[in-house]
Write a protein that binds this ligand. Structure first.
Ligand SMILES: [Cu+2]
Length: 244
């Protein structure tokens, strides 16, 4: 009898242990899968191309190019999604390309060139974001012409960089309004402007820091158009690292 009781206890222990182990394996697998599935897009680094004379003296000059597309297509796949439901929801939503995960050199002059391929989508709610803020001389080049602001009706996205408010890294604020293509602009079969709007903006980075950027134009859907692409990392928002 005693031997039989012992065997029963050992059996129970084994069953309990196995159950716990299976649980641990399942939870870890789910964790690893979602970590991998929700990984940030590949880093897009600004390339140093020379030096630039600035009010702060001669600085290394780095450049970066970003496209803004009105929706994914066979030509431009768009950011990866975490599920087929998300792909469905974002299938007609705009995005920055080729990455929203940006890296810039510290204490440098940086020029970002934006090519905006989308058509009209309404107008910006807050005129502040139709102005250029934080660039080298308060201007940007719009199709080669120097401007300080757009009309609210001319804006279709913005590239707006913030800092995390809780951190003690250098302050960094940049707002670049991005212009629409008119309703009569020539579009290709994917709905992309044949001659996209070109914006070039130059600014100076400080010491290293981690920042986020967002579009401030209501270009998504739901929540007054601030849902969809607007709330999805990799589409209308991302990160910006300034590195030494
Ligand atoms: Cu946008």
């Amino acid at each position: 009898m005693r031997g039989l009781a012992k065997v029963k206890i050992v059996k129970r222990l084994l069953v309990t242990l196995t159950t716990v182990l299976i649980g641990v394996v399942i939870v870890s697998a789910v964790g690893i899968f979602s970590w991998w599935n929700e990984r940030p897009p590949a880093v897009l680094k600004a390339e140093v191309v020379g030096t630039l004379e600035t009010p702060q003296g001669e600085l290394p000059h780095a450049t970066l190019e970003l496209g803004i597309y009105p929706s994914p297509s066979g030509k431009v796949a768009g950011p990866r999604t975490v599920s087929s439901l998300q792909s469905e929801l974002l299938s007609a939503q705009p995005f920055f390309w080729p990455s929203s995960n940006l890296e810039l050199p510290a204490n440098s002059a940086v020029t970002i060139t934006f090519l905006q391929f989308g058509g009209p989508m309404g107008q910006i709610y807050n005129e502040y974001f139709a102005e250029v803020h934080g660039s080298l001389d308060g201007t940007m080049k719009w199709n080669g012409k120097s401007v300080k602001r757009l009309k609210p009706t001319e804006v279709t996205h913005t590239f707006t960089v913030y800092q995390y408010p809780e951190s003690n890294q250098p302050e960094f604020f940049l707002n670049v309004p991005l212009p629409i293509n008119s309703a009569t602009a020539k579009m290709d079969k994917d709905g992309y402007a044949v001659e996209p709007q070109k914006v070039e903006v130059t600014f100076i980075t400080g010491d290293p820091g981690s920042y986020v950027w967002n579009c401030q134009f209501p270009c998504g859907d739901m929540y007054q158009e601030f849902g969809g692409a607007m709330q999805t990392r990799g589409w209308m928002g991302g990160t910006l690292q300034v590195v030494a």
